[in-house]
Design a protein around this ligand. Structure first.
Ligand code: CMC
Length: 391
């Protein structure tokens, strides 16, 4: 074991070379293919960012339209796939449904199992990006006992998602431009984030040549945890537990107490130790949405009080703990009326493009090897083995 570098949690190990996303955590910089995230969030839409991540540069108007058409035309899922949901209990967590249904997609698109050329990998990626929102909305509709709402090709990506979530046969959901924009920003700001746990999982799974649906299902599984994509859901659960502004100080004290395992969910980041550039844009959108909806929700008051205390408290300043993107996205989703159990699902659908871009990049690299970390063995060695009958 002495021959290997031991780096638990990969704090100091680069696992690959990548030209997709650049992060300078100290300076709060995040760029996709060299384009700064705040410019992308403010001036591009999610599908444009998807194109950039997959293709390496911003599209021309013609390329953008063509890409948008491809994605729009792939939004339907096979009716048999829709039947899968009937096998789940209605109270199943939508992430559990997503893991299963995405993995099962490999049994529908046999031609996608040949992943040797880039064009073919792009076809799978388009299918995944387009169908994820449909599957996500189906998981939600199933959980509340409503019929599935099929995608509408005349709507934008974000509008269509809200339509599939909130329309009912008797009444089409009227999508407000502010909410559609907020939704689109949530997708954009979660589109990629270099070698995070779920993306590294997708790369590792894909390095063996596994099919893309199985790899993306692995990414969904990894994202589910509360330290990663599950943070936005955990954050809202925490706000519910706090319940009232008067209890914020008590919970801040708990977070600071080293004897207490409690952490303020939605605060801190492995890479951003000064501020999360995604959080800055998301914060703006969060305030816009709250203003437009005029929501009067005690949980949102708790969130705002927590933000203030944490930004001013010496413990959080010293440990460089700031509200992260999921703190604000959780609040926005809650205000839009999306149930907490769907938060991580929305993160997963947004991140699908990043997972696909990394998977394709890895398989495009010459001499790509199977990912096979080594270990530091700490168990016993050379023990004498006594046959069972003598033990
Ligand atoms: N509340 C209270 N204390 C904290 C928190 C928090 N949220 N986060 C970190 N700390 C303290 C931690 O106790 C430690 O203190 P000490 O040095 O005294 O032991 C110090 O700050 C460093 O923490 P760490 O766990 O070593 O830092 P890390 O880089 O390994 O962890 C993190 C990063 C995001 C897992 C962590 O900050 C955390 O658990 N945050 C809450 C969960 C969360 O919001 N996650 C979403 C991240 S953004 C979305 C995504 O990337 O998926």
């Amino acid at each position: 074991s002495g021959y290997f570098t031991y780096d638990p949690g990969f704090l100091a190990t680069a696992s690959c070379e990548s030209a997709i996303t650049f992060i300078d955590g100290g300076k709060g910089v995040l760029q996709h293919r060299g384009y700064p995230i705040d410019a992308l969030a403010k001036e591009a839409d999610y599908l444009e960012v998807c194109y950039i991540l997959l293709n390496g540069q911003a599209p021309t108007a013609e390329q953008y339209d063509e890409f948008k058409n491809i994605i729009t035309n792939h939004t339907m899922v096979h009716e048999k796939l829709a039947h899968f949901f009937q096998g789940f209990l209605p109270d199943a967590h939508p992430m559990a449904m997503l893991c299963g249904v995405v993995g099962a997609m490999s049994s529908f698109y046999h031609s996608d199992l040949d992943i040797t050329d880039h064009e073919q990998r792009m076809r799978c990626s388009h299918r995944l990006i387009a169908k994820m929102p449909t599957i996500a909305a189906m998981a939600y509709k199933y959980s509340i006992g409503q019929p599935f709402v099929y995608p509408r090709n005349d709507l934008t990506f974000a509008e269509n998602f809200l339509h599939m979530m909130f329309s009912v046969p008797a009444e089409e959901y009227k999508v407000s431009p502010t909410l559609a924009k907020a939704m689109d920003r949530i997708f954009t700001l979660h589109a990629d984030h270099e070698q995070n746990a779920s993306t590294s999982t997708v790369r590792l799974a894909g390095s063996s040549g596994a099919n893309p649906y199985a790899c993306i299902a692995a990414g969904v599984a990894s994202l589910w945890g509360p330290a990663h994509g599950g943070a936005n859901e955990a954050c809202l659960n925490m706000l519910e537990e706090i319940g009232d502004v008067s209890r914020v100080d008590e919970f801040v004290a708990k977070a600071k107490d080293k004897e207490d395992p409690f952490r303020l969910m939605g605060f801190g980041h492995r890479v951003y130790k000064n501020f999360d550039p995604r959080a800055t844009v998301m914060r703006e959108t969060c305030h816009e949405v709250l203003e437009e909806l005029g929501v009067n929700d005690p949980l949102l008051d708790v969130a705002m009080a927590l933000e203030k205390v944490a930004l001013e408290d010496p413990y959080f300043i010293e440990k460089k703990l700031y509200p992260n993107v999921d703190f604000y996205s959780g609040i926005i989703l809650k205000a839009i009326g999306i149930p907490t159990s769907m938060f991580t699902v929305i993160f997963a659908m947004s991140r699908t493009v990043g997972w696909c871009a990394h998977w394709d990049e890895m398989l495009s690299q010459p001499g790509q090897k199977i990912g096979r970390p080594r270990q530091k063995y700490t168990g016993e060695i050379n023990r004498e083995f006594t046959p069972l009958k003598n033990r």
